[in-house]
Structure formats: structure tokens, C-alpha cells
Design a protein. Structure first.
Length: 220
């Protein structure tokens, strides 16, 4: 059940274009979630007590290096990302954000992806299979067909609980998984390229539940 007090969710973007109107609409329609859209640098540069106000940090950026787009924020970004998991604050890594920081061990530990070299294939139609029907993020959902961009890359490694899969080619098999990063619950979702995928009811349910789960509001 969603609590009356909404979760503060930092929705972080940068270094990848996206449909801003429909992306904002996606989160605005989610009960129990108060999205705060901003650049990664803005979040990183905030005071520690301000960053601590977020229940969840959701990444939708695709920086390939830790250096910030804004020079004055460059020292703050690696420090803020290194501090992820130092408190029980949820982490959600959405779509192209799983590809970010390919040479950074900290992002390997956040995502569970040891090798982030990838291929990408737009406008694919593929089946989505519920791998863990007992998990609260996907409980009660049925397999569905998705229209989205796919990635081919190494599968999530040790410590990842795979929730959604596909047998489609070209695509990685794992589509959604959870893991732990220090004190934080982490939810990774490979899908979510644009408004056509964001409009899928099952996708929206999985993303909303993933946010709630990462904040400790769904047990399991």
C-alpha cells in the first residue's frame, strides 16, 4: 500500500536526449512518488543534508566519465556517487543509465554489470517473461509484449536477483534485477527508451514498484 507521505525521488538526467514532456508525465502519474527532476551535477553539488532528503535516487543519465558537464561540479560528482549506499537510500538505474561510467568500479557494484560494452537496437518488439513471480515488484503481473530499445551486453553478475527476462535476439536476457550496494537496495531496469515504452501499463507498474521497493516500502 502506498503511504500518504510521498517519497522524494531525485530523477537524474544528463548526456543523453529524451522526451522530457512524456518523461515528466510518467513520474507525475505515480501515486506515492514526488519526482524532483535535475541534472546529475545539481544533485551531486547539493549539501549532504539536502541529498539525504531523497528517499530514492533514480539515474537516467549516460555519462561515460565521472567528469561533470559543468566544470565547477566535477569534484562533486565522483564523491557523490562514491557515497551511494552509505545510507539506506534507494537506488534505481533506468535504461541507458546501466551503461554509464563504464570504467568505474563503483558503477559495476551499483549495477552488477561487470562489463558495460554494449550494442543497441531501436524499435524492437519482444516478449517479457516474469522470472520471479513471487517478488513484490512483479507479483500478480503476467508476461507481456514490449516495444522498446534493446541492449546486447554481458548479463548481470553475482548478487543479482533477476526479475524479468526475454529470449529475444538481439537483447540481453535480463531485463530487470535487484541487488544490494552497501546499505542501499538497488533496482535496475533495462527497458525505458521513450514514450512508447513508458506508456506500457506493465512497464509503469514495474518501475513504480521498483522505486517503492528500493525505498523499503515493499517487502521481499
Amino acid at each position: 500500500m502506498v503511504e500518504s507521505q510521498p517519497l522524494n525521488v531525485a530523477v537524474l538526467v544528463g548526456m543523453h536526449p529524451y522526451d522530457a514532456i512524456r518523461f515528466h508525465d510518467l513520474f507525475a502519474a505515480m501515486d506515492g512518488i514526488k519526482p524532483v527532476h535535475q541534472m546529475v551535477e545539481n544533485w551531486a553539488f547539493a549539501e549532504p543534508e539536502q541529498k539525504a532528503e531523497y528517499d530514492v535516487v533514480l539515474f537516467y543519465n549516460m555519462h561515460l566519465k565521472m567528469e561533470a558537464e559543468l566544470p565547477w561540479a566535477s569534484p562533486a560528482v565522483p564523491k557523490a556517487i562514491a557515497e551511494l549506499g552509505d545510507r539506506p537510500q534507494g537506488i534505481v538505474v533506468l535504461h541507458h543509465a546501466i551503461l554509464a561510467y563504464p570504467d568505474e568500479p563503483v558503477w559495476t557494484d551499483v549495477t552488477g554489470l561487470p562489463d558495460r560494452k554494449f550494442g543497441f537496437y531501436g524499435e524492437q518488439t519482444f516478449p517479457v517473461h516474469i522470472e520471479r513471480p513471487d517478488h513484490p515488484i512483479v507479483r500478480g503481473l503476467s508476461d507481456w509484449t514490449m516495444f522498446d530499445e534493446t541492449y546486447t551486453m554481458q548479463e548481470p553478475g553475482e548478487g543479482c536477483d533477476i526479475l524479468l527476462t526475454t529470449d529475444y535476439n538481439p537483447s540481453m536476457r535480463a531485463l530487470a534485477w535487484t541487488r544490494r550496494h552497501k546499505q542501499a537496495r538497488v533496482f535496475c531496469l533495462q527497458m525505458g527508451h521513450d514514450g512508447r515504452s513508458w506508456n506500457n501499463p506493465s512497464f509503469k507498474t514495474v518501475l513504480q514498484r521498483g522505486i517503492l521497493w528500493s525505498a523499503g516500502k515493499l517487502q521481499g
